[in-house]
Design a binder for this molecule. Structure first.
Ligand SMILES: [Zn+2]
Length: 311
């Protein structure tokens, strides 16, 4: 069970706010899906209350949320105003919302306020706080559909920039190193980018465990179009090759390693050593130390990319 859950506000028969031909429920789902996928990419497991345009009653929604320690409820605002709002429970210390504020401000997004709201009865005003028990629920209102920033909101990359701020704040909250999506893209050589767009690449189904074994080798071979025998042949017995299972020692190097070296811009000799590992780490955007650990973050990155068919 994931510790966290992303809640896409509204949905189905409840469109949320509808202003300027924009239904709130469409963008709340976009936000929840974006944040959820990015968190998973960074190794932070998070569930979702809905993944499509379905109706959820208050009870259905809060029952899902209550099963998790932390919830972000994604919303867009309406009613006249400008800037992002963060709302927490009257029982919460608001520390996470401070992190959100910091990240949005750092990225140059207008922040309106962080606040709590109480009923006359002394209970939380919003049911997402009132009826979700011990779950720390944060409502994020990503600016106003009927406010002066709406023209900017129509730009998807502007919206995704906001979602990325949420990802950064969650990383800080969870103590996980943040890696920007662009860093990975930047590392890819231009030529190969064109190639992967024009040719459909196979997608592997590897367990992302950080151990480089025969299945990872085979997926790499299928991806790079070299003979798929699950073996890295022609290697010396070194500190690097001993970290990979399914290596055959001998001379002459390996075809799949040669193809990999070509892709990542390493010296093409067919031998996997610290220099190739460093280049691969740079390419994948993981820590560059030239070492394959067991498990290895670099190998996890490789497995993930092979699973997506997008090395
Ligand atoms: Zn809403």
């Amino acid at each position: 069970m994931a510790n966290r859950i992303d809640d896409a506000g509204h949905g189905g028969s409840d469109p949320g706010a509808v202003k300027n031909d924009q239904q709130e429920k469409v963008w709340t789902l976009e936000a929840a899906k974006y944040v959820n996928a990015r968190l998973k990419e960074l190794g932070i497991d998070s569930a979702m209350t809905r993944t499509s345009d379905v109706t959820l009653s208050q009870n259905e929604r809060t029952n899902k949320v209550k099963k998790h320690a932390k919830c972000i409820s994604h919303h867009y605002n309406a009613g006249g105003g400008a800037g992002v709002e963060f709302i927490h429970s009257i029982y919460s210390d608001g520390k996470f919302e401070k992190l959100l504020e910091e990240e949005f401000k750092k990225a140059g997004y207008p922040v309106r306020r962080t606040f709590t709201r109480m009923l006359a009865s002394g209970k939380d005003y919003y049911y997402m706080h009132r009826d979700t028990g011990a779950t720390r629920t944060t409502i994020v209102e990503y600016d106003f559909l009927d406010g002066p920033n709406f023209p900017k909101l129509k730009d998807k990359s502007y919206r995704e920039g906001m979602y990325e701020c949420v990802v950064k704040a969650v990383c800080r909250d969870e103590g996980v190193k943040y890696v920007a999506p662009e860093e990975k893209k930047k590392a890819e050589p231009k030529k190969e980018q064109v190639k992967s767009e024009t040719i459909e690449k196979p997608k592997a189904n590897l367990k992302v465990d950080g151990y480089w074994g025969p299945l990872t080798t085979k997926a790499l071979q299928l991806y790079l179009g070299t003979p798929a025998d699950s073996i890295i042949s022609g290697q010396y017995n070194t500190a690097t090759t001993r970290q990979i299972s399914g290596v055959h020692y001998g001379k002459g190097g390996s075809t799949v390693i040669r193809a990999l070296q070509k892709l990542i811009g390493a010296k093409v000799d067919g031998l996997i050593g610290p220099e190739t590992v460093r280049k691969l780490q740079q390419y994948l955007g993981t820590r560059v130390d030239g070492v394959i650990s067991r498990p290895s973050t670099m190998v996890k990155g490789l497995q993930r990319r092979l699973n997506k068919g997008n090395l």
